[in-house]
Design a protein around this ligand. Sequence first.
Ligand SMILES: C[S@@+](CC[C@H](N)C(=O)[O-])C[C@H]1O[C@@H](n2cnc3c(N)ncnc32)[C@H](O)[C@@H]1O
Ligand SMILES: [Zn+2]
Length: 320
Amino acid sequence: MDNSVLDALICPVCGLEFMDVLPGETALACIDGHSFDIARQGYVNLLTGHGTKFTHDTSAMVAARDAFLDAGHYRELADALAGTVRNVLTGAPEAPGGAAAGRPAASHGPEAAHRPLILDAGTGTGWYLRQLLNKLGGDGAVDAVGLDISKFALRRAARRNPAAANLVWDLWQPLPVEAGRADVVLVVFAPRNAAEFARVLKPAGRLVVVTPRPGHLAEIARQAGLLGIQAEKEAALAASMEAHFELESSRAVDIALSLSPADVANVALMGPAGHHLEQQDVERAAAALPGLTEATAQFTLSVFRPCPRREVRDNHVSAR
Ligand SMILES: C[S@@+](CC[C@H](N)C(=O)[O-])C[C@H]1O[C@@H](n2cnc3c(N)ncnc32)[C@H](O)[C@@H]1O
Ligand SMILES: [Zn+2]
């Protein structure tokens, strides 16, 4: 974890800043003395003492996700994301195809002293963040924070993105990040806490969200035990976003896939269904499939602009 990223973080106990981690130190400590162990793999559990009822992804689910992503099936999505994030960082308009040139530049104003900050909410194994960092000029070009509730996922994320702050955290709690510091909040198939994402973003920052569309991997939905995308859930999410964000752009990213039986098994095990599926049953069912199964991944890549900040006082709302 680079010390430069610590500037953007706040202690979840007292809200004060963290001190630099010196070589050989094994804990992250705030200036008021609250201390959080740095795991051997490099991630930090900030949830200590908070407790959570959340059922986090198991080691087997995380391994399946990593294997599937590492096989490169979603590389096109990673490339599209990188193009979009680069556009946000350089202030270039989002173009169809997401292509833009140039190295990332910190946004204007007093924040210019810092490297651009990317917050990956629900970073999982950090695979998308890694692809992004590679395309943005490597670890030194931007600061990155990866938040996830699964320590199994973060073990991998911390190895993959050692310069980033990889933090065990619940996205439904106030985020351990200073207000107005992030240039990009990235959410790839993870929960969206719109109020908190709006709080941590710079006014010129953007929320970049990837969601699956109805029909995503429909060809293998039954074999892979994929849960359907519920229309009501989507509508509720859209409504929660509306209070804090305006949709700036949205585009489809569709990827034609040829999946081996092992790939299909990984898709089944890496998703929410992985919580209640037996690995052996999934692998047996997948083994009965033909050599390769054709399927189409269907995603939406959306960019949201934060609404001008509002102050709520005495039931009176005024734009600042
Ligand atoms: C479908 S995975 C996506 C992971 C990663 N973005 C990717 O695409 O590879 C969803 C991730 O969100 C995390 N997650 C779910 N609920 C969370 C919460 N309340 N707080 C933090 N992370 C959460 C899970 O642990 C999981 O890693
Ligand atoms: Zn503290």
